[in-house]
Structures are given as structure tokens and as C-alpha cells.
Write a protein that binds this ligand. Sequence first.
Ligand SMILES: O=C(O)c1ccc(O)c(O)c1
Ligand SMILES: [Mg+2]
Length: 628
Amino acid sequence: MQTAIATVCLSGTLAEKVEAIAAAQFKGVEIFENDLLSFNGTPADARRMIENLGLKIITFQPFRDFEGMPEPQRSKVFARAERKFDVMQELGCDLLMICSNVSPDPLGGVERAAADFHELGERAARRGMRVAFEALSWGRHIHDYRDSWEVVRRANHPSVGLVLDSFHILARGTDLSAIRSIPPEKIFLVQMADAPKLSMDYLSWSRHYRCFPGQGDLPVDEFMLALHGTGFDGLLSLEIFNDRFRAGSARSVAIDGHRSLIAMLDELRMQTGAGIPSLPDVPPKAVCSGVEFIEFAVDERGAGGFERTLSGLGFRKAGIHRSKAVTHWRQGNINIVLNADKEGFAHSFNITHGTSVCALGLRVSDAPATVDRAVTLLDQPFQQPVGPGEMNIPAVRGLGGSLLYFVDHKTGLDRLWDVDFEPVDSNEPIGAGLTDVDHVSQSMHYEEMLTWLLFYTSLLDVQKTPVQTVIDPGGVVQSQAIETTDGSLRLILNASQSQRTLSSRFLNELFGSGVQHIALRTSDIFATVAHLKNNGVELLPIPENYYDDLEVRTDLSTEEVERLRSADILYDREGAAEYFQVYTKTMEGGFFFEIVERRDYKGYGAINAPIRLASQTRLVSVEALPGV
Ligand SMILES: O=C(O)c1ccc(O)c(O)c1
Ligand SMILES: [Mg+2]
């Protein structure tokens, strides 16, 4: 299959779009007519510009309102097509894409439409060109691929073929089985798009909410399986109309697009066991078994305060780096790295962002293979000098310029704590009962959310949960979890369009996207809270009203509610499963820790999020008042 992308997916001028498309290593491009109309040059100029970038124009589109027209419109529509063929000749493009007629004028009937296409096929053939027919999901008479195929079949012309657009087919929930009986040489073009599940008219859904395969909820993989069943090996092009993409950076959206196609074809190969010629060899999705470490970039000023916070939470200094100003803090299976070195990545990260998480280390089954997969997916690998005898932990660039390291047992990278660090003997009492990293929550710009969703889901063997809408006093926050099946890795992506939510304020404070909070797990939250209070850790106060309501909404006894109230613990229940959450007060910059106890509970306490956000907002506002 030859992969391509439509210019309509990206922001910018035609020149900016095609440069971004070439930079993302595509070879083919669909030219949207509007991008040519607004181009300041002849079609021949556009052709030269595009060919110089090593790109081929695979189709010119859309040609609208063609089939089934009564006279006199019918003659006019053929004259208009001839004009488009002239433009295509100059462009060096041989395929015109025609969308099904949406005007009120066409006469129905498959036979009439087929006759129109036969005649257009004749005209195209005379000029060495071809035409391909797409059923728009809101087409007046033709809105089902089975009907557009019937038109093409009856047109019975070698220069007339079919376009299958996954959005129009999957949005209507059309049965996919008929795809398998279409001869592959009659499918001139396949357009790929996914979309979130929404209930709205097809046109608005298609024009504003499409997204790249894997970013939405449509069964794109089933579509690909049906297409594979035909033996199709032709043009596979992304066609995404999305308001966020049009507002984003053309370069990064184009890379996301290519990443989504590679991941989708890899999934197809996994499901069918078939070789896919255009797809490079790629190791399977990385099996991840949790967070091995969280690295904070600190400076000398910030380090002392942060160490006190960690001590208060029951962490103990376990090691000092052999060559850098870096310390390792441990509690249970949780490893925290404090990097105060004056050189290297963490230092520059700290200069830009202040005290913050500069890297996450994930436990995977095969770290080198994970980076190989990442490179195939056009992720950016990262290298920096390592000291003599120290471990070289493979990494890629992650959210907000942070790093994602991969640690495995297979190649011995899990020995890093012994190899890179001098152990510290300490007789400080160990622990507040924290055992594991439960989840890591990352805040990002709204426009970036689909990028990072795809980044994680294409690289790792993880699932995404449905997007949750959380109410913050300053606006709405979208929240989506990415999890391994066993829950050993849980990442939360948060984004908001309002500037006044805590999530957005965090982005401003941090000068970028990053980890806003880390949830640590305990098996006894009451004991942990007692321990923290004893250590002088300040917890987020929760309003009385919350507990009054809890008593009404659950069957907890007055004593149980009182216990939660006195410890500022939030509570949720799903059937017999229970969840307990408590928060540290927000630190400078907006970062905070959460402590959770799960009793068979799978979620994240979404019902409690507005309460927590309101409490945090109240504190931030009070602290922001001068003189308080
Ligand atoms: O929204 C549209 O009009 C439109 C145009 C061309 C396409 O290929 C398509 O799928 C939709
Ligand atoms: Mg289309």
C-alpha cells in the first residue's frame, strides 16, 4: 500500500503543508482544491514545488455535485469536469475524486448515475486520466459505499473506480462484509479517518471531529481487515477534517498522521499475520509493567525543600549517584530520582520549567526493542553522554520535551540502582506504607491531547478509557486514562480549553506540558495518613458538605464517614469495589502528590475530582492574595 495524506488535514499555506508532509516522510499527497485555489502560482508551479519535495500528487479533490443531474446542469457539470482535467494535467495528477451529489437537483437511480460515470470515464480516458467515486455519508441519493460501488460496477469502465472513505462507512455503521467482494483493482483510493463517538449529523461530525486512526472510537481495524480481505494494495490516504489539527503545527500533525498509519498497518499485520510490503519491520508493542522511576529536575535551592517533602512522605535516600549530583529515593516499589546536576538534560529542563518531573522510567520487557519500535513510529530517540561504567538507559522524547526512559530485566538495565548509585546506609525509619506508583497525571494543551494519546497507545501495549469531562471551578477539563490490562501502568492525560482551570494554570507556571501530579498507592490509607500527619505533611482540606453528602449517598456508617472526614479522605465505590484518595497541598508551581488505596477499584474517583479541584482552587486563590 502506498501511504499518503490530504492537504486538508494540516494548517498553513499549500507550501507549508507540503513541506510538513514531506518532512513526515510521506511520499504521496492528496491536493484539496481550495489549497490550490489559494496558492499564489500556477498549477505547474505547485507541481514543481511538490515534486521537488519528493512527493507525488495522488489525487485532486473534491469534485462535487456531479452524478444524476438533469439538463441543462448535466452538460455544465461535464464542462466543469473538463476544466478540472486541464488543471490536473498541469498538476501532473491523473486521478479526480468525485463526492456523491449533495445538491437538491439530482435525479435518483443507480443506472442514470452509472451512465454519467461511464461518459466521464470516456472523457477521462481520452486524457490519460481516471475518476473515482466516493459516497459521502450525507449524499442526497448515494450515501452508502454499496451504492457507490454499484454505480462504479455498472459504469463498467476501466477509468472509473471507487473511493472507500472509512469515516463515511463507519460513521453510519454500514455493514463491512460487502467490501470483501469488491475487486481490489476497482478501489482507486482508500481514505482513512477515525472519529470520537458523538451523536450529531454526519456532515458536522465529519467536518470538525475526524481524527487519525487510533485516536477515536470507530472500528478502524475492522475496516482494515475487510479491506485486506479484498487483496487491496493501492493508495491509502489520511483525510482528516479537524478543528484542532487545523489550529496545530502542520509539522507535528503530519508526523502524528504518519505514526497513526504505521501503527494501524502494524496492527493489521499482527491480526492477519500477513506481510505488508510498505511497512518496515517493527518490534511489537512494548509490554509495560509499571513505572520504574520518576525523575525530578531540581536546583540547589529547590532540592532541600523537595527532599523534606519526600522524607515527609516516608521516602528514604537509598543511593547517591557515582558521578552526578543525583540522589535516589525509595519507598516500597517506588523510585524517585532527584537530579540537581549542573550539566545535562535535567539541568536545562530545570532552567526552563523549575522543579518538575523531567523524566519517567517505564519497566518494559525489552528496552532496546521498545526504542526500535519508537523510531519506526517516528518518535524521537534521546541520547546523552554517560559516565564510565554507568548504564546507558534508552530513552525517547516525551510530553513537553521530557524524557521517557525504558528499563528492562532482559538486558540488565534494572541493575541501574546498584550500578549507577552508591548505596546510602540510613537508619531512618522506613516508609509511610506507600508501595507503588498508582498513576501519573500529565497536563497538556488541548490541541496536544490526541498527539500524546497516539504516542503512548502506538508504542505501548495499553488501552485507552473513554474521555471524561471533569468540572473545574475555572472551566471544563477533558481527562483520559491510558492503562495496561493489569493496571500496572496508568497514565492520565488532562487538557482544558479554558485558561482558568488548574490544569491550564499549571501549564503557564511550568512553561509547558508536564506531569502535574503523581498518585502513590498504599494498602492502608488510614495508617498512611496518620503517618504523614505525624511527619507534618499538610494535606488538602476537604469541605464538610462533602462528608454530609457521602453519608446520604453511600451506606457508610456515621463512624466510617467520620473517619474519612477527620483524615480528609475522598471516597468512591463501584459495586463492592472501594477507592480512597487523599492529596498533599499543592507545591510551588502547581505540582502535588495523591495517595490512593484501591480495593478492587478500577477507576480514578472521577466523582470526587470537582471537589478536589474546588479545594485546590480555593487554596491557590487564598495564597495568591497579597499579604496573606
Ligand atoms: O466534507 C466534504 O465535503 C468532503 C469532501 C471530500 C471528501 O473526500 C470527504 O470525505 C468529505
Ligand atoms: Mg473522503
